[in-house]
Design a protein around this ligand. Sequence first.
Ligand SMILES: [Zn+2]
Length: 271
Amino acid sequence: MRYVILRDDDTNAFTPVDCLERLYRPFLDRGLPVNLAVIPDVRLDAVRPDGLPEQFLFAKNGASELTKPIGDNEKLVNFLRDNSGFHVAQHGYDHSLFEFDSASASDIRDRLERGTRLLLDAGFPRSQTFVAPYDRFSAVSLREAARRFRIISTGWFEWHRVPRRWWPRYALRKFTRQSHWSIGKTFLLTHPGCILSRHRPPETILEALKRHVAARRLTVLVTHWWEYFPNGKPDESFIQVLHETADWLAGEPDLRVISFEDLARVGLPLD
Ligand SMILES: [Zn+2]
């Protein structure tokens, strides 16, 4: 059996319900869990590393606060809670640029705890999974996240961004070429980059996904809901690829789509 976890990043207080409904209804109808990495208190001036405004705010419509907590969008919160196929992971705190690439333990703890509190206040169950904005951690933030979460999902791990005490395990994992590893009770998951991206030719995506999923026991597939709606308009051919992906995932008898919570609950041989 092979396993797939689907992770969609950047849901925030300005995410239109219609976008998630359009993208994920075929997954929910087939019983395929969707893990949303949710920004607890999104900054309205969030910018990408190249300085351009983040596209996950395309629906903010002139709002002028500094930040907006997810719980302020009742329609969205109710939609996510009413559809049990959605699972919420904590995605940073406010998604300011590289907010978890910090050496300050008190700043990191503050962001982790305030983010968790806002997700709980919105009525979501306590998330066991943490995703850093831009997948960027420091050694300090990895250590603090591992103390609080059962699962950390990121792109890759670099030795100089891993706590010193983890180095022996890190070296072993490098030597044995494991994609995923663990420290104590925390699973440390990598992913093969954003294959489900509109920056790839749509006709190549599904074949690339199949190759990656065939290569390991557990694959985390990462995508971004806002990429399917450039400037708020649906990119039909890219949405079609996502829905073909749902068809393929549901139709493979030796492939199971699970949530991060499923992994935390049952554990799995990861490689
Ligand atoms: Zn993000």
